[in-house]
Design a binder for this molecule. Sequence first.
Ligand code: PLP
Length: 562
Amino acid sequence: MLNDFINKSRVAYFSMEIALHENLPTYSGGLGVLAGDSMLSAADLDLPMVGVTLVSREGYFRQHLDLHGRQTESPETWEPSEHATRLHVKTSIHLDGEDVWIGAWLYELNGHMNGTIPILLLDTYLDENTPENQKLTHYLYGGDSRYRLKQGAILGIGGKRILQSLGFSVFRYHMNEGHAALLVPELLKQFPFRSDDVKAGEFPFDLPRVRDLCCFTTHTPIGAGHDSFGYDLVEDVIGAEIEVTILKKMAGDESLNLTRLALNGSQYVNGVAKKHADVSREMFPGYRIHAITNGIHPHRWVCPQLAELFDEYLPGWCHEPELLRNVDVIPCDQLWEAHQTAKTQLINHINQTQNVLLENDLPVLGFARRMTSYKRVDLLFTNIDTLKQIAARYPFQIVLGGKAHPNDLDGKHLIQQLHILSESLRGDIPVVFLENYDIRQAKLLVAGSDIWLNTPLRPFEASGTSGMKAAINGVANLSVMDGWWIEGCVEGQTGWAIGGVSESENGNDALSLYQKLECDALPMYYERRSDWVKMMKICIQKNGTFFNSHRMMRRYVCEAYL
Ligand SMILES: *Cc1c(COP(=O)(O)O)cnc(C)c1O
C-alpha cells in the first residue's frame, strides 16, 4: 500500500491544516479548505504529490451559540484508526529538553476519478511521550505560543524526517503558509559546507541547494498575521535542533518570523491573488513574489443538482472545468430548477434547526466566514433603517455563519453584535445565524443562496474562496473589490462590485453596498428573471471555468514545481 506511493519522486505539500473530508475536523477555515481542494485536484490530475499535516485529533473546535450569540467551544474528537492506517514509522525531535516522538497515519485521499494522494498525519499521541507531549498534535491552532512553536517544529522538522524514514523521494517541498517553515533549517542540515571551507561568520550551509527544493505560498496580507516567536522561547524549545544564530540570519534579528524564514528558503514564492502578490511585494521588499490566484475544487463544491446537469450536458467538466464555457447549452429553466432545489435544501435545513422560517421565493443573501474584524461582517447592518427600506420594496432574507477563534474576543463580540442586529430586524428581514459553520454547511449555503456577499476591509482579503464556490454554482457575488474579486468581477455580469479597488474607498462601502442591492441586484432578481438566469450562466462560464483548483494546480506544476 505504502509501496504504491514511494515508487516515484513526489512534491511534498506541507500544511498545518488540510480539509480532507467533511467528516474530519482537521481544518479551521479557508486555508485548510484550500489545502484540501489542492490535494483533491492533485488526485484527480494524478499529480505525484504527498501531503503532510498534523492529525489534530481534537479538531479545531465545535461552535455552540446561545440565544444571545455567545460562543462556547467543545472539542471535535475523531479517531484516526477509523479513517487512516497507522504506519510503522517513528521519529523524534528534541523539544524543550525532551525527546518528543512522532508517529504517522496514512490517509489515502481519493479523487473522484482514479487518482489517490497519500496524506501523512503526524501524531504524538504515543506511549513513549509524556501526557503533555501526547497532546501536541491534538488541537489545531490551540494553546499558547510555546505550544504553537512546537507544532511548527513537529510539522516542519518532524514531517521531513517522517518522509525520509518512510522512503519517500521528494523533488520539491511546498510550504502552504509559513507554519511549516522550520522545514528549511532542517533541510539545510543535509547540505553543510566542509568546516575548513567556512570562514568565521559565514553561513555554514549550502542555502541555494535548499532554496532550489522549496516553494512557498503566503496567505496573509497583514503584518501581525505572520507567526513570530521571541528567540528566548526559540532557544528553549528548538535550540537543541537548530542553532539560533542560523535562524537569526534567515528569520529576522528581532524574533523568528516564519514567513521571513520561508521567503529566504524558497526559490519560488507566490501570493494567492494578483492584488495579494502586490501587497506582499510591498510588505516584503526585495523578494520576487509571483501570483497564482486560488481556486476551488469543482466536484467538491458544485451541488449535486447542478453536477447532474453538467454531467448530462457537459460531460468531462470534472476533469476539465473549462468545458463549462459551453454552459449555454443547458436550458435556462433546467438551470433555474436545479438552483431552486439547492435553495430548498438550504431552507429546509434552516427551518428544521432554527426558529426562523425562510421562504423559497424570496432571495437569500448568504454571508459566512471567519468572524474576525477585517472581514467586517457587520458592514451590511451599518444602517438598519436603510436596510429595512430596501427590504420593504424588495424583500430578502439573510443567512449568516462563522466561527471566532476561541481567543479572539473581538470576533466573539462580533457574533453577539450580529445577534442583536438581527433581532432589531425581526418582522422586517428574516436573519439566521447558522451554528458551527463548516464544509457541510458551506456546501448548502454557497449553492442555495441567490447572492453571495463579502465585505472585507481592503487590502486584507488575500483571496477569499467562498465566492468562487458560489460562482461555480451560478450564484452572483456582491463584494468589496479586494482579493480574487478584483479579477472575477464583471459588473452586472458575474455580480457587482462594492466600491472600487482603492483603499480610500473603505469608508464608503456601506453606501455602495446598499445602492447595488437596491438599484441593481434586487430589481434584477424580481423584475428581470431571464436576465438573472443569464447572469447565473455567466458566473459559471467566466468564473467557474477559471477559479478552480485544477487550473491552480496545473499552474503550480508548471511554474513552481517543475
Ligand atoms: C470556503 C470556506 C472558508 C473560506 O471562505 P472565505 O470566503 O475565504 O472567507 C471558510 N470556512 C469554510 C468552512 C469554507 O468552506
